[in-house]
Every structure is written in C-alpha cells, then in structure tokens.
Ligand binder design. Structure first.
Ligand SMILES: Cc1ncc(COP(=O)(O)O)c(C=O)c1O
Ligand SMILES: [Zn+2]
Length: 404
C-alpha cells in the first residue's frame, strides 16, 4: 500500500491514514488520501496493468486498501469509452465520445465510490454507516454494504426516483424518506451520526468515496493510451466525480503516466439547480444555497455542495467552465443519444450532451477537439423520463402503411 496520510483539502492539516476520520477537525473541509507517488513511480511500471482484470481494482496502487483481499466487489468492469460517430456528424463534432457508466453494478457510477468506500470502511472496522442521498448513491452503498455484511442507514427525498429506493429496501438498508431535499436528509443523518454512532458516509464527509470515483479518470486516460481528451463534461451535483477525475489526472501527471496537459473540465448543472454555475459566473470561490431546487436530472439536485470550492478550483485550474442546461434540452438530448447511437442514458448524462452543444455553438469547444461526455448511469433507472404511447392494435390487425 502506498498511502502516506490524509490531507485537508483546505488547510492542509495532516491525518494518520489507518484510522477512521471524517472531515478536517480544524476547518471542516473534506480530507483527501495522499499516496507516495514517487515510490509508485520508481517501483511500478504501468505496463503491468495489462495483465490485470478489467475494473477499478486494477489500479490498486492508487487505491487506499491495506490488503487487496479486503475489496468488497460486485464484479466491477472497466466501462466503455464509446466513439459517437453518427451523433458527432449530426452535431458537428469530429471526435465525440461517451464514457458509459451505466454498465457498472447497479447501473450507475455510484458503485465506484461505494466499492472503495464500503471496502475501506470495513477494513477500518466500521460496522454501520449513515448517508443522505438523491437515490443512486444510497442504492449503491446499500448493495455493497449488504455484500460486506455491514449496516446502512439511508435517508432520501420522498420525490427521489423509485428504483434506487427499491434497491436500498431490497438490500436491507434502514431506509427513511424525507419530505424535502438532500440537504434536509443530510441534517437528519447528522443527528444519527451524532447520537447513534453511525459512520458518516455523506458526500465528501469520508475520504474514500472520491478515491473510487477517481477511477473514472484513470480509466479514461488508460483507454486513450495514456493520453487525455481536450474536454470532459461531467453532470455535477455534489461534484465528487469531477473532483475525483481531477485528482486522478493530477496523480497520473505526477507519476509521469500522462503528459503535462490536462483536459478542460466542465461542470454541467440543470437550470433548476445551478449553484456552481452561478458561483463560476460571479467569480466566487464557493457557492450559495440554491432555493427551490428542481430538475428532471434528480441526481444533480444538490442545492449546496460541501466540495463546491474544489469543483470551482478544478474547473479554474484546467481552464474549464460551468454550464447550466434546461430540462427540455436534457430530455431532447436523452432521446438523441438513443436515436443516433443506441444509448439509453440517464438524464444527468444527457445533460452533458446539452452542455457540449452549447459550448460548441459558443466556439468554446472546437469541432475537431476530443470531447468526452460522462454518462453517469443507465436510463433504465429512470423509466419515468420516457413517455411511450405507441398505437394499440387489436389482435389480427394489419400494420397501417406509413403516412396513415
Ligand atoms: C446519475 C447521477 N449522475 C450524477 C450525480 C452527481 O454526482 P456528483 O456527486 O459526483 O456530482 C448523481 C448523484 O446522485 C447521480 O445519481
Ligand atoms: Zn482543514
């Protein structure tokens, strides 16, 4: 294991690695796992990865487990990075790609954070954890918790999509709904953490979820032959995925596995909940609580993210930006991805296509640039986003000719 310590993302205070920590006790900011990258550079040749199975555990040198055997796994795979030639030609992109996280266990990228977060929690002796969720994270953590034999307490908005709710339930989590937003769920979870001894698995309140999500960045670089694209667009709620991809790229650069240039990272939000976009436009370092948040892309309905300053730093440091898109555009792009490329993506993933179109039209993205859309989950988890009303035939009926 190459972990050296945990470091506060804001005040840089240092914490011992093999003990359970939540946020920085000095300033309240998230903690980040730090590795002895020079030692990895000296002792590990990345060509050794070629012999390893697909999936996030292949990057064990850059993950926090003391013993690889402690991994709690549901058979994670390296998700495909697909070229979208038909849609690209239609829209004017020559190198449009989509990383399809819908193929993860449970159908979303949340399984990456859960795989590493739950594995490390168990390795540290945690018996129970609590978390607020918009659905998918709770589902993934509940399923990995069941696999690990530890208890999950999950609180989610009553309006959250029903499938993730069912996943929590069937996996045996202690599940509660709140008549409110994820921020309200977070306050209830904080009470359970304080009074009932649960580990706090809220977004960025434990350091290991981000390590799992980091593996999206590792995979993109490996899939592109240890190069990076020009632009990565990410649907941003709490922002952990974007922060994780940024962390991965910085580590790879320090390892010398990729060159100096980093992709421009784009935080995509919905117009109905765009605190990070607002902060970005106003040149602020942190965001303000977004009132009356609402969007069809439920996973990115996060009115105030603990790691907002890290998202804003990541986009500033890479020359990226933040873009808000409408629900109508999201649903249109969801259908376009299905029609042109056979991809049934979640609304959050579709939002990245809407943002890419906006940025192409503004000249911020050039047609020949290598663009990666991050589709964070499968559309199968959101049946309510598809209105399907085909004509009903009586038995024995003929198909009417087209045009009738
Ligand atoms: C499908 C989907 N996409 C994106 C997000 C946002 O994730 P992050 O916290 O990394 O911004 C979520 C969070 O719930 C989600 O479920
Ligand atoms: Zn601190």
């Amino acid at each position: 294991m190459f972990v050296t310590h945990l470091e506060c993302s804001r005040c840089h205070a240092s914490y011992e690695a093999e003990r359970l920590h939540q946020i920085c006790t000095a300033c309240g900011a998230p903690l980040l796992v730090r590795y002895d990258l020079p030692a990895i550079r000296r002792s590990f040749d990345k060509s050794r990865l070629l012999q390893r199975p697909s999936g996030l555990w292949r990057y064990q040198e850059l993950l926090p487990l003391r013993e690889p055997e402690n991994a709690v796994s549901l058979g994670e795979v390296t998700t495909p990075l697909l070229h979208l030639p038909r849609l690209g030609a239609e829209l004017g992109f020559s190198r449009l790609h989509l990383k399809d996280e819908g193929l993860n266990p449970g159908g979303t990228f949340k399984s990456r954070g859960a795989a590493v977060g739950v594995s490390k929690a168990r390795e540290l002796g945690v018996r129970k954890f609590a978390m607020p969720t918009n659905g998918n994270a709770g589902a993934a953590w509940s399923l990995y918790a069941a696999r690990a034999g530890i208890e999950a307490l999950v609180v989610m908005p009553a309006d959250a999509p029903v499938i993730p709710r069912g996943e929590c339930d069937i996996a045996g989590a202690r599940l509660y709904l709140v008549d409110g937003l994820i921020s309200d769920a977070g306050k209830i979870v904080a009470g359970a953490v304080k009074n009932q001894g649960y580990m706090d698995a809220s977004t960025l309140k434990e350091p290991y979820r981000i390590e799992g999500k980091k593996t999206m960045g590792l995979e993109i670089a490996e899939q592109l032959g240890w190069t990076v694209p020009d632009v990565i667009l990410y649907p941003t709620g709490g922002g952990v995925g974007l922060i994780g991809i940024h962390k991965a790229l910085l580590e790879l650069r320090e390892l010398g596995w990729i060159g100096e240039k980093l992709p421009r990272l784009v935080a995509v939000q919905a117009e109905g909940c765009a605190p990070i976009v607002k902060a970005w436009r106003e040149g602020k370092a942190t965001s303000e609580f977004w009132q009356n948040a609402s969007t069809v892309a439920f996973g990115i309905t996060v009115p105030k993210a603990l790691g907002d300053f890290m998202v804003l730093e990541a986009i500033a440091e890479t020359g990226g930006c933040a873009v808000a898109v409408s629900d109508a555009d999201i649903l249109f792009c969801q259908a376009q991805l299905a029609r042109f490329e056979g991809l049934f993506v979640c609304p959050e993933g579709a939002a990245t296509l809407a943002a890419a179109k906006t940025l192409l039209a503004q000249g911020w993205i050039h047609p020949e640039e290598n663009v990666v859309l991050l589709n964070t989950g499968t559309g199968l988890k959101y049946p309510e986003t598809v209105q399907s009303n085909p004509p009903l035939l009586l038995p024995g009926a003929d198909i009417p000719p087209i045009g009738d």
